[in-house]
Structure formats: C-alpha cells, structure tokens
Write a protein that binds this ligand. Structure first.
Ligand code: URP
Ligand code: ZN
Ligand code: ZN
Length: 485
C-alpha cells in the first residue's frame, strides 16, 4: 500500500473551498489537513511515497459521468468507444467513475442484457464503473427482473418515450414500470421525447427532400420534448416514482421540471455539454455542400436554437437547481463508416456525440464566465451524481474514508480540444483520446487544465502522461438514491 500527499492546493467541495493538504493511504483518503500539518511532529511530506505539489491549483473530487454508452449497438452500428478506450479518455479528462447503460433489448431477458454488459466492461475499464439498466421491453418478465436490480447494485433504470421499434415504451408500459420502481426505490431515468410523432415528422421531411442532418433537429421539435417531459412527470406523480429526465435540451422541458419541483415532486433533470454550447444554427451552417458535416452533432434530444434561448435556459437551470447534473451522454460514432450511414437520409445517422474527455473542462468554462461558482461546478460534476445514484461517501467528496478519487485542476492552465489529424492528414497539434475520427468540440479553447488524476490512490494521469491501465476500474455496486423521500 503506498501513501500520497497532495500539498498546497485549494480543496473544493460542493459547499466550500479551503487551503488544505490531502493524505492518501492505499485506496482511501485518510486525512484532510491544515496546510503544512505535521503528524505527531513528523513532516508528512518526508514520510510518504509520493508528494504532489498542488500550489495554485484546485483539488477536487474525481468527476462522475452518470450517462455513458460504451459499445452501444445503435442505428445499425456500435458506439465507437470500447470500455477500455472510453474510460481511458474519461481519465484524461478528470472523470474517475462512469455509469454506463446496460441494455435489455426487446425480447431478451434483462439478466442476459446485464450479463453482456458485465462481459464487455469487466477487466477492461481504466476507471470505476457502474450500470443503469435500460429496459427496452417492458413486460411481465422484465418487470419481475427489475426486482433483482437493487441486489445487483443497479438502483436506476432507463425507459424511452422515443425510438419506436427499438427501445420505445408506451404509456401503459411506463406506468407499470414506474409502479414497480416506486415499490423498489429504483430511480426511473427517462428519455423524454414523443417518438411516434417525431417519426411522422421525420418521414414527412425526408419525403419532401429535406434530408440533411440539420432536419434531425427540426423533426425532434421542442414541443416533442416538452410534451413527453410533462407526460413523464404526470406518470411519475401518479405512481409516486422518483423521476430523472436525461439529456434535457429544451427550455420548455426545464420549465416543466421546475414547475413539478415547485409542487414538491421528486423530479430531477440532467443536461449535457452539447446543450450548453452547441446549437441548431451552427449545425445548419456546418460545412459541406450537403451540410453533412452537421452529422457530427446529431444526437437525441437534438441541439436547439440559440436564438430561442435554450442554451441560456440550461445555464440558468443549472444555477437555480432546476437541473441538478451535467453528464455527457457519451455515445461516439466515427464519421467514416458510421455517421455517413445517414448520407442522404438524416434518419439513418447514428445518434450521439462523444464528450467524456471534455466534460470537466467544458463545464469549468461556466466558472470562468461567471455562470457557476467553483463549488457548483464540483456539485454538478461529482457530488450530486454520487448522491443521485447511490455512491456518495465513497465517491463525490474529498473526506477521510472516501475513495482517493482526486483531480488536481490548474485554473491557470490551458487545454486545446481537437482531433489528432487535420482533414489532409497532417497533425493538428491537438488531440483527444476518444475512439473517434473527429471531435464534436474541434477548436474549443479551454481556460483550465486537468493536471493530475488519481483513482483509488493510483495516479492515472500526470505530466501529460497516462499511467493507468485497463482493468484498474472496478464495478460499483450502487445503493439507492439519496434523493428519495
Ligand atoms: O443521441 C443519443 N443520445 N444517443 C444515445 C442514446 C440515448 O438516447 O441516450
Ligand atoms: Zn436517451
Ligand atoms: Zn444516452
């Protein structure tokens, strides 16, 4: 067991910041001390195996990305990050835990889907990982299987009001699943978009010759998100099931969440970096004669109009706690061979954006611009995910007894985001570590830098080098959400 001292930094939590040294023994934090403290007269720095100088830097709990899709089969292909490549990229970006979505496909047993996810992830992750369970076919068998999830360490499951014929659940199925979830204390995660109506609109657009990626967002109009969010809230209310709406992008959906919360309901919402920064207008303007470059930003829910104020509403929701978390919905696809499946038909573009490496940096820009406090940054990216999904105490906090998942973040540092090679094949001088042939964030310049990343006492990233390994990450058996009343 080795010991480690992080010295001279500012330790930031969800509730405050303080100058402190952090002492790690083995996998755990054992003390948070006044700067320069000695222990029974002994100089701590002299007695530990490794000293990390964090002078002028923030020392924060490792990021928790509660919404990822490694290797997700979707749109006739698979998300391009494996658990190995995706979790290495996570580590580079200061994320030390992920919660991925195990998939139960329609007609398959939940246990089979879950076992497949354990097979994919087990022994391959560079950071700790847990699972939510997608229930892609609500029936008597899957409802029964939900009863075993809590014992498996899976305290949340996801339903889809979108994607008819793939993951879609109708209202009767949702009602039954929520009744079961309320009984078990499971958190219902909802993809809230009116899928059947969207499919009609998408077909009409396609038939009228509007086939470019931009029309993905036109078909998935905000009314489709607001309506489904409202319906999900009402079904949750009726069944007394706590509800967590994933990847919120429409300001009207935030308003629905806020109104429900004001009525005292156990309703929560997450947004993602793409809905804070990217917009439908940029997607329309994305290069290429056919606008196909915009395919890199095809995701669901879709990007929304900046002019209509959706991005501003997301930032406001994060400030006012009408939105509680920022996850990535990391679901990467390459342009070549994957996104290009939808050339000439936006409906066939695999949905998803890769951001796992950039979440901490991108959200830190909210601190730089004054949208968020430093403490809120930590709360949104680590502490609330831990509390929401049954990890708090072990994760999400720098305190004695917690896992030593720690990031040293340099506010004076700089990060250039991009993809390794320019279209002509020459090196761009920028890079990322996600398994993608492009970046949805190409050209973003970040004030701040992830300097050191520690997972359960092991240094994964330092001095611009990766020191971790696939297989270091352990499965996280999660408890119930702390937000149940
Ligand atoms: O575009 C997205 N979000 N792809 C991943 C699947 C989902 O709905 O979360
Ligand atoms: Zn979704
Ligand atoms: Zn997702």
């Amino acid at each position: 067991m080795s010991t480690l001292l992080i010295k001279g930094g500012t330790v930031v939590s969800a509730t405050g910041r303080t100058a402190a040294d952090v002492l790690v023994d083995g996998e755990r934090i054992v003390a948070v001390l006044q700067p320069g403290s000695t222990l029974l007269g002994h100089d701590l720095a002299a007695g530990v195996d490794t000293v990390i100088d964090a002078t002028g830097k923030y020392v924060i709990p490792g990021g928790i990305d509660a919404h990822t899709h490694m290797e997700l089969p979707f749109g006739g292909t698979n998300a391009s990050d494996t658990f190995e490549s995706g979790t290495i990229a996570a580590a580079w970006g200061g994320t030390t835990s992920i919660i991925d979505f195990a998939v139960q496909k329609y007609g398959e047993a939940v246990e089979t889907g879950l076992a497949a996810w354990h097979d994919k992830a087990g022994g391959n992750c560079a950071v700790d990982y847990g699972f939510h369970q997608i229930i892609g076919g609500v029936d008597e068998q899957s409802l029964k299987a939900m009863e075993t999830l809590v014992d498996e360490g899976i305290s949340s499951y996801k339903l889809f009001m979108a994607y008819p014929g793939v993951f879609y659940s109708d209202d009767a199925q949702i009602l039954k699943a929520m009744q079961k979830a309320a009984e078990l204390g499971l958190m219902t995660m909802m993809h809230a978009e009116n899928g059947p109506a969207i499919d009609v609109l998408a077909e009409q657009l396609y038939e009228s010759g509007r086939t470019a990626p931009y029309f993905h967002g036109i078909a998935r109009a905000w009314q489709m998100e607001e309506e489904a969010t409202h319906r999900a809230i009402m079904l949750a209310d009726l069944t007394d099931a706590p509800l967590y709406v994933v990847h919120v992008s429409a300001k009207q959906a935030v308003a629905q969440l806020a109104a429900a919360r004001d009525r005292g309901k156990n309703v929560f919402g997450e947004t993602c970096p793409q809905y804070l920064y990217l917009s439908l207008e940029e997607q329309l303007g994305a290069g290429g004669e056919d606008g196909f470059e915009g395919a890199k930003w095809v995701c669901s829910t879709p990007l929304r109009s900046r002019e209509e104020g959706h991005q501003d509403a997301m930032w406001q929701g994060l400030r006012t706690n009408d939105l509680q978390m920022v996850s990535t919905d990391h679901c990467p696809f390459c342009m070549k061979g994957q996104k290009e499946l939808g050339k000439g038909d936006f409906r066939a573009i695999p949905n998803g954006i890769g951001s796992i490496e950039h979440r901490m940096d991108l959200l830190y820009q909210g601190v730089v611009t004054g949208e968020l406090t430093l403490e809120r940054w930590v709360e949104l990216t680590s502490t609330t995910p831990a509390r929401m999904f049954g990890l708090y105490g072990t994760k999400g906090v720098i305190a004695p007894g917690a896992d030593a998942d720690i990031v040293v973040y340099d506010p004076a540092g700089h990060t250039s985001i991009g993809y390794p090679t320019l279209p002509d094949g020459s090196p761009s001088g920028r890079s990322h570590h996600m398994n993608m042939d492009h970046s949805a964030w190409e050209g973003y310049e970040i004030d701040g830098h992830v300097d050191v990343v520690i997972s359960r006492g092991s240094v994964l990233v330092a001095d611009e080098e990766f020191h971790g390994r696939a297989g270091h990450g352990r499965f996280l058996k999660r408890g119930l959400t702390q937000y149940l009343t």
